[in-house]
Ligand binder design. Structure first.
Ligand code: ATP
Ligand code: MG
Length: 447
């Protein structure tokens, strides 16, 4: 763990400029934490003893933006870097669960660090002072512990989003949550209902994309089901099916762990079997079935994601993948081409990833299917390399060509083009202009 932190030029310049004007200034929060953990920070937040108006004055030679002024934040543009510089502050209540009702500016970094959520996020760094660590954050990072700054119950009552943030940091870093912080999380989990959907969705997305998401969801299932109550029936729901050795929840968590760390794929996997409990039936041989569960899961997932105010694009993509996750793909060139044509190539490849992750949650004797997904992917890539015809737009014939041959635009032309596309996908007609025109005229006669 190095005591000096190398900072981007613009950040260093901002800290120096404040220092030279007689103010204290630190980089703080995520960037110091990431540095101490050996990760490359993705952005740098600066805090200072300068009041907002003083910051503006210090940076009078630069473009400054006053958007967050009420909360003490001034954005300064140095070269093409935009930096958020926030005055040391303490916070009042969070009655809208988004912004504190009041902020009081203070002159000491110690007081500013006290309002931060976890010890590992309360560490500052200044090139002049070095590490400023008032709440033993460095030690907690060394011990891989997430610990609330101050009394955990008070801190979670102030802002219940911190509960999900604790889970998120644990899911991303694999750090354990310190005992008292953990007890307060369980005790106050219902307060998450006061937090806005957007904040919940954003933290949950980061949580489920963590390397350790599965074990955090398992251990804090009481907290997760506060925001995702639809998951509750999955726990302990036995599948009575030879494909499965886990209940629905633990199958889902095994699959989640195996899925790439991509928000679309992870949300899809989290919800892909959420409809199973309500679709269960047992046949005369004692085997469990879940007919129509892909459709029911798709409906439940849509409801959850709309409630959490996810973007329409995410809802569409996740819904499509859930709806198709259980429809087998034959290892056959034409079938693969048709599936790619109907889903679009990007969805098709995402679906293969979903199927692979789903497969890893099955009983080991069914893992041979992973090899089949590799074969399907190989064939799909081979097809794509041939610049295939997958949509009507890819047909080497246009509406104009048909018009010149006496087929006027309208529903009939649309039907002919669709039939041509299907024949090309089935490799019954070649995608060449002359052949397509000839075939179009033949089809016209039969319609
Ligand atoms: P990330 O890597 O996701 O950016 P981060 O720790 O930087 O992690 P931000 O949401 O960018 O998280 O917040 C910056 C800093 O502000 C945090 O490190 C923490 O000190 C403080 N902070 C953020 N949200 C809260 C909160 N809800 N309560 C208290 N402090 C918070
Ligand atoms: Mg940050």
């Amino acid at each position: 763990m190095t005591k000096t932190m190398s900072l981007p030029q613009a950040v260093l310049h901002a800290l120096e400029t404040l220092h030279n004007s007689g103010y204290e200034a630190y980089v703080v929060g995520g960037c110091v934490r990431d540095h101490l953990m050996g990760k490359i920070p993705h952005d740098y937040d600066i805090c200072t003893s300068a009041m907002p108006c003083e910051t503006i004055e210090v940076f009078s030679g630069y473009r400054t933006i006053e958007t967050g002024l009420k909360h003490g934040t001034v954005t300064v543009l140095i070269g093409d870097t935009s930096l958020e510089i926030t005055t040391f502050r303490t916070e009042g209540e969070y009655s809208d669960s988004r912004h504190p009702d009041t902020v009081d500016f203070v002159r000491s970094f110690r007081e500013d660090a006290a309002r931060r959520d976890f010890t590992m996020n309360s560490i500052g760094y200044s090139p002049h002072i070095g590490i400023a660590d008032h709440y033993n954050g460095v030690q907690d990072i060394q011990n891989k512990l997430i610990r609330a700054v101050g009394d955990p119950e008070t801190r979670f009552k102030e802002d219940a989003l911190r509960i999900l943030r604790a889970l998120r940091f644990s899911a991303v870093t694999g750090f354990a949550i310190e005992q008292n912080t953990m007890l307060a999380i369980h005790k106050h989990s219902a307060d998450i209902h006061n937090v806005s959907s957007e904040r919940v969705f954003s933290e949950l997305t980061k949580l489920i994309c963590g390397d350790y998401a599965a074990s955090v969801i398992d251990e804090y299932f009481d907290v997760i089901t506060q925001v995702l109550p639809e998951l509750a029936p999955m726990k302990d729901f036995q599948q009575h099916n030879p494909h499965h050795i886990y209940d629905v929840l633990h199958h889902t968590l095994k699959s989640l762990e195996a899925a790439p760390k991509d928000s679309i794929l992870r949300w899809t996997i989290l919800f892909h079997d959420v409809g199973k409990p309500s679709c269960f039936s047992m046949d005369e041989n004692g085997i469990g079935h879940f007919y129509r569960h892909a459709h029911v899961s798709y409906e439940i997932a849509g409801n959850i994601l709309r409630r959490l105010r996810a973007s329409n694009n995410l809802i569409d993509r996740v819904s499509t993948l859930i709806r198709h996750h259980d429809t087998p793909i034959e290892i056959n060139r034409t079938t693969i081409k048709k599936r790619m044509a109907s889903l679009g190539e990007y969805v098709f490849f995402d679906l293969l990833q979903v199927m692979r992750a789903d497969c890893r949650g099955l009983a080991p004797e069914y893992h041979y299917r992973l090899k089949e997904y590799d074969d399907i992917e190989y064939i799909a890539k081979e097809i794509l390399a041939e610049a295939p015809c997958l949509t009507i737009r890819d047909l080497k014939i246009s509406g104009n060509d048909l018009k010149q041959n006496g087929i006027s635009p309208g529903p009939l032309m649309g039907r002919i083009l669709n039939i041509l596309l299907n024949e090309v996908l089935d490799e019954k007609t070649t995608n060449e202009r002359e052949a397509l025109i000839k075939r179009a005229l033949e089809i016209e006669k039969t319609l």
